[in-house]
Design a protein around this ligand. Structure first.
Ligand code: F6P
Length: 360
């Protein structure tokens, strides 16, 4: 097993509260095992351009445990396999440069902290011989193979707080409030925050909805004397006979951007119910701020485990949470898949049992 003396760490994809906690844990655990850590800036860009990396010592990560964002910067538009450059040997992508820089910087291994896209890139580099360990990150909680990711709990707590606040104003004005939360392909945030916040309707990508059903639920509540309703809708939810609300279609290495389903849903519900309806888009607020205690702890465990795996030579693996343990699973088993909410998930069944409408 090759000795690990110097590792690189990078964060890729959309930021999630807890990234800094992982970086801190990686730096502290590595340095305590006499491994030097190089922080690579803006995802794989840190390996494309010279001068976009810096040594991280324990002092450099002091105080970042509670900070959102990432001290290394990130991008969700930086796939080195997608950039084409003209060379004397024809068109080549930037991946060769990444591997050259990896060796030039004297790195023995990489810790890659990211979502599905970033993990997929790291898997390609692993197949090209770069020793990689992955750490899963997403507020959407949709990475397969791990029960959860850091960032999700913080996002759910923020959304729950928002729903609590919307409850009082909705009740005061006898209105319908539609809250659009993140969740491109999976409804985890909508379901968990909706249930924690006591929403009446939860619309998620996994269950295409019929707004007539939602309107009927709102009318029923009115008849029972509850003259307000809270509708939580994931950005990736869509009607039975319609498409998702798209801001920008996928192109090149860029994934599609969603948004706008909340306003659309609110306008249609106002028309169907005759009730005043307002909407709120929580958007990137869900990704900001300080991570919860749960996310700080999970992120710290992930970082510590990643270093342990590197030392043990367990490359091409992603740290996964299988409570009560953290286990290594092959990155190849994770990429290109999405962990959606199972239709028999107990929280979903409980929601139905409690009378929450999913619009189906
Ligand atoms: O994947 C996490 C996520 O926050 C999604 O919920 C959302 O659709 C997307 O990222 C937004 O990405 P961007 O920051 O590029 O707008």
């Amino acid at each position: 097993m090759p000795e690990i003396r110097r590792i690189g760490v990078l964060t890729g994809g959309g930021d999630a509260p807890g990234l800094n906690a992982v970086i801190r844990a990686v730096v502290k655990a590595a340095c305590n095992s006499r491994i030097e850590v190089l922080g690579l800036e803006d995802s794989f860009d840190g390996l494309i351009e010279a001068g976009r990396s810096r040594i991280l010592r324990p002092n450099d990560v002091a105080g970042i445990l509670r900070l959102g964002g990432t001290i290394l910067g990130t991008t969700n538009r930086g796939n080195p396999f997608a950039y084409q450059v003209n060379t004397s040997e024809g068109k080549r992508d930037y991946s060769t440069r990444v591997i050259e820089t990896f060796h030039l910087l004297g790195l023995d291994a990489l810790v890659v902290i990211g979502g599905d896209g970033t993990l997929a890139i790291s898997y390609e580099f692993f197949k090209k011989g770069v020793p990689v360990v992955g750490v899963p990150k997403t507020i959407d909680n949709d990475i397969v193979g791990t029960v959860n990711c850091f960032g999700f709990d913080t996002a759910v707590n923020f959304a729950t707080d928002a729903i609590d606040r919307l409850h009082t104003t909705a009740e005061a004005h006898h209105r319908v409030m539609v809250v659009e939360v993140m969740g491109r392909y999976a409804g985890w945030i909508a379901l968990h925050s909706g249930m924690a916040g006591g929403a009446d309707v939860i619309l998620i990508p996994e269950i295409p909805y019929d707004l007539e059903r939602v309107a009927a639920c709102i009318r029923d509540r009115d008849k029972l004397g509850a003259r307000f309703s809270i509708v939580v809708i994931a950005e990736g939810a869509h009607p039975k006979d319609g498409a998702v609300a798209l801001i920008e279609a996928a192109h090149g290495g860029h994934v599609e951007r969603l948004g706008g389903i909340g306003i659309r849903c609110a306008a249609q519900l106002e028309e169907l119910t005759g009730k005043e309806t307002r909407y709120v888009v929580l958007g990137h607020l869900q990704r900001g701020g300080s991570p919860t205690a749960f996310d700080r702890t999970l992120a710290t465990r992930f970082g510590g485990k990643a270093v342990e795996l590197l030392i043990k030579g367990q490359f091409g693996k992603m740290v996964a949470n299988h409570p009560p343990d953290l286990v290594p699973i092959p990155i190849g088993e994770v990429v290109g898949k999405t962990k959606t909410v199972p239709l028999d998930y107990d929280l979903l069944l409980t929601a139905r049992a409690l009378g929450v409408s999913f619009g189906d």
